[in-house]
Structures are given as structure tokens and as C-alpha cells.
Ligand binder design. Structure first.
Ligand code: F6R
Ligand code: MG
Ligand code: MG
Length: 371
């Protein structure tokens, strides 16, 4: 019987401001999920906070897109929203964009990364959670994990990885997708995913003929919900999450977290309208401070055992990432000095907050035609 791991997240309120999930919301979510575990709907769960996002990790047998599992996540977020409203937390219920659950949380506000697969004799899995950025922030690290031989030694020296992987890319503007193989289509793939606000990596699969893994079961998945497109206006961030399986014919655990040693620039800092470095941190520091950031990523590592979680290990709670954090702060400082100028501030089309239409209105006929 296959295992499904679902990571479903929403910002249903935080403190102070957009800083951090309140512990009482985590406790509320745990109570809801414990009930579901008791009645057998899920086999195990783990509740976490990443910045202002409440993260529900669930192990079950119901498959992807299950209305029962999505309904459980929705009810859990509703229960947490109720508490958030009582405490007058900031942005209480912000990502609950609909009043009525209709069988699937897709398009309703929460972000979802879930995958169904046949558990191997030992199944290592990493749950990544980012705050103050967008799904495209995963393009660079997921590419490096599964396609960059300078990151993943296994692509060169492990016969089980050597053939490469298959990427599912979503065009989130046109709502269409394409499958591409690496290494043979590497340059074409990069031409797309370098444009990270439009083309996002949704899933990675083993290629046909992988010696150890079925080609139709994903080995990585990223949440790709875009809140501002869902609601037709800016209502909050689409801070992404991802699940990545590791080892035994896949990139090793250390190859899965290696790309995060480089604090690459991502968009979504302050008001969803600024570029900044993504800083890998321990759960202790999964809170946003300076200029509502800098954008952060946490990583929880588990062994999956019959759809239950053995772990987590707080993978970035390690001096091995100290230098990265220092570099991230240097980059943050450098970017901040640009103030309201691009490329710190995003280009006009990508900003989630703007006063420009009002300014243009006000200037009106003061704009003069030039020869
Ligand atoms: C929210 C975020 C924050 C807010 C900012 C303004 O996830 O990234 O930077 O955009 O704090 O928030 P409001 O408009 O709610 O005061
Ligand atoms: Mg918030
Ligand atoms: Mg957030």
C-alpha cells in the first residue's frame, strides 16, 4: 500500500505583526490532527511554524488531493483562525480565502506539497518551508539537487543517479505544464526556470528505467499556489514549501541540503515587493525580523516509517550553515542600502504593494508630451 505525505500550510495569524506563529496555534493544530490520527484518517502528523506560516505535515494512505485530508487541513486552519481571532493576532485568517470548503484546498489560500509513493526499505524525506518569498525560490535549489553535478556528486559517480531526472515545470501565468529531462535538456530547462516568477518546478521524477525507483512516483514536490492570482488582488504571501526524498539512487541527504549553503536572491521580502537573500535557519530562528525578513528557509528531516514520521532533525541548526547565514546578512545589508530602488525593490509588474496608479492619477495632465 502506498504512502502519502501531505504538507499543507497557511498563514492564519501571527505575532507580532507578520513575525511568527504563536505557540497556541501550534497546540490548537496538534489537537485537531491528534483527533484525526485517533480516528484513523491520518497515521501520523507533525505541526511546525515557519515565520508566520502554520505548517501541517501529515502521513496517510488517502492519496494526493484527498477531500478528507484537505478537509482536515481546512478544519484545522479554521480552528487555529478562531484562536488567532480571539488573541487578535495579526492577519488572523488571512489565507482562508473562502468561507466554504469544497473538497480541495487548492485555490482556497493554503499552499500544498504532497506526494504518494511506495515506501522503500528506508525512506529519508526532507520538508522545506520558506517564509517571505514565492514558489520560484525553490527553482534554483531543486535544480541543483537533481541536475547540477557540482552540487550532487551522485549524478557523476552513483550509477543509480547517473541517468538524471525528469522535471515537471508549471507556467503559472498561462496555467500549463511541460515535462523536461536532464541532463539532455538542461539548457532549455534553465531558460525557463531562470524566469522564476513565471516558470516553477512543480515535481521531479526518476527517469524511465531508473534502477531502483518507479518513474511515475515523484521524488520531490513544491507548492505552487499564487495567492495574489487566486484572490485577484494582493491578500498575502505565497510562501512555498517542498518535500524531497533522499538516498539510495536519489541525491544523498547532504546533497539535498547543500544548495542552501548559497543564500540566493529571492523575491517577496517586505510587502512582497523586495528581493533579498534566503537565509537557512533553525526552527528557533524561524521568525521574521529585519525589514520583515530576511526571507528564511527551515528544513525538517525525517525517516518515513509506514506513513509515520521518525524525527524531525532540525537540519539547519548546525554551525555548517553559519558562514551562509553571515553571507546572507552581508547581502541583506547590501540590498537594503538600495532603499526604494530596483533591484532591491521588485520591478513594477511584480510588486504586491503599489501606489503608482494613484501617483499617475494625481500627476495627470502635468505629464507633457515631448518632441
Ligand atoms: C507579509 C509580509 C510583510 C507585510 C508587511 C505589511 O507576509 O511579507 O512584509 O507585507 O508587514 O503588512 P500590512 O500591510 O499587513 O501592514
Ligand atoms: Mg502574515
Ligand atoms: Mg508567511
Amino acid at each position: 500500500m502506498k504512502t502519502t505525505i501531505s504538507l499543507i500550510k497557511a498563514d492564519v495569524g501571527s505575532y507580532p505583526g507578520h513575525g511568527k506563529v504563536h505557540p497556541v496555534l501550534i497546540e490548537t493544530a496538534k489537537k485537531e490532527l491528534a483527533k484525526a490520527e485517533k480516528n484513523g484518517l491520518i497515521l501520523d502528523f507533525h505541526v511546525m511554524g515557519a515565520g508566520d506560516d502554520l505548517e501541517l505535515l501529515m502521513g496517510h494512505r488517502a492519496g494526493e488531493d484527498s477531500s478528507k485530508i484537505h478537509g482536515l487541513a481546512w478544519r484545522t486552519f479554521e480552528a487555529a483562525t478562531k484562536v488567532a481571532k480571539e488573541l487578535k493576532l495579526y492577519g488572523a485568517g488571512q489565507d482562508m480565502l473562502s468561507d466554504a470548503f469544497s473538497g480541495n484546498v487548492k485555490g482556497m489560500g493554503p499552499g500544498i506539497a504532497e506526494m504518494e509513493f511506495t515506501e522503500r526499505p528506508a525512506e529519508p524525506l526532507v520538508a522545506f518551508m520558506m517564509d517571505k518569498t514565492e514558489p520560484g525560490a525553490f527553482n534554483l535549489p531543486i535544480y541543483k539537487i537533481f541536475a547540477d553535478p557540482f552540487n550532487t556528486a551522485g549524478l557523476v559517480i552513483d550509477p543509480n543517479c547517473h541517468a538524471g531526472f525528469k522535471f515537471e515545470i508549471w507556467d503559472i501565468q498561462e496555467h500549463r505544464r511541460v515535462f523536461m529531462n536532464t541532463p539532455e535538456e538542461t539548457y532549455d530547462l534553465l531558460a525557463l526556470i531562470g524566469a522564476k516568477s513565471r516558470y516553477v518546478i512543480k515535481r521531479v521524477f526518476p527517469k524511465e528505467g531508473h534502477p531502483k525507483l518507479p518513474e511515475d512516483e515523484p521524488v520531490a514536490v513544491v507548492s505552487t499556489e499564487k495567492l495574489y492570482q487566486i484572490a485577484g488582488e494582493y491578500v498575502g504571501k505565497d510562501d512555498p514549501v517542498a518535500l524531497v526524498r533522499a538516498q539510495s539512487g536519489l541525491p544523498a541527504l547532504g546533497e539535498v541540503i547543500e544548495p542552501f549553503a548559497f543564500p540566493h536572491l529571492v523575491s517577496g521580502w517586505m510587502r512582497g515587493s523586495h528581493n533579498g537573500p534566503i537565509m537557512p535557519v533553525s526552527f528557533k530562528y524561524a521568525q521574521c525580523t529585519r525589514f520583515d525578513g530576511p526571507p528564511r528557509v527551515v528544513a525538517a528531516g525525517f525517516q518515513i516509517s509506514n506513513a509515520t514520521f521518525v524525527g524531525p532533525v532540525d537540519l539547519f541548526d548546525d554551525p555548517a550553515y553559519d558562514l551562509t547565514r553571515k553571507k546572507a546578512q552581508e547581502i541583506a545589508e547590501y540590498m537594503r542600502r538600495h532603499g526604494p530602488f530596483e533591484p532591491h525593490r521588485l520591478p513594477l509588474a511584480e510588486m504586491e504593494y503599489t501606489t503608482l496608479p494613484k501617483i499617475m492619477n494625481k500627476l495627470g495632465d502635468r505629464f507633457e508630451k515631448m518632441e
